[in-house]
Design a protein around this ligand. Sequence first.
Ligand SMILES: *[C@@H]1O[C@H](CO)[C@@H](O)[C@H](O)[C@H]1NC(C)=O
Ligand SMILES: [Ca+2]
Ligand SMILES: [Ca+2]
Length: 167
Amino acid sequence: MSVSPFALILLSAIKVIWVTGFQESFDMPEAYPSIVVFDKIYYISKVKFVSYTEASKWCSENGGGYPAEIDTAEELAVIEQYAYSTNLRRIFIAGTDAKKDGIFLSQRTGVFIHIFNWVNGEPNNNGRVEDCLELNGSREGRVNDTPCNRASISHNVLCELDLRMLK
Ligand SMILES: *[C@@H]1O[C@H](CO)[C@@H](O)[C@H](O)[C@H]1NC(C)=O
Ligand SMILES: [Ca+2]
Ligand SMILES: [Ca+2]
């Protein structure tokens, strides 16, 4: 099957208009500027959270998203770079190994997460309480296991929203 170049241009024009329109209405004072990559929009809270559950709630109440779930190596590279660009230190993303140490599942979907770019020596389940995941700004945005709820450690949160879910 061949698709005419004109159809492709038209399609991408529609997509740009649609995404741009969405982005404008999406600007939130409580979030860092969002980025749109492929069919996803990503945004990071300015607020910090001790609890992953609270962070996840923030994503859904601000823009209708959920903590970012690593599905592909490309997506991980994108969110690492985005996280690192903010200069923030610790940023929650989705994933927990509360059931079985070292096996990370999405809290939202239960799907097995199998692509990582760990900080050297991680995951170490430090203090035996590190059952959640963060992108660590002190380590180029790479992945580290971190407590889901420990008073002394707070995180921003990187949220993801599938634009296809909006239509
Ligand atoms: C992650 O970042 C924090 C804050 O900058 C730092 O104290 C901590 O050592 C880092 N964790 C790892 C595993 O690199
Ligand atoms: Ca994802
Ligand atoms: Ca760790």
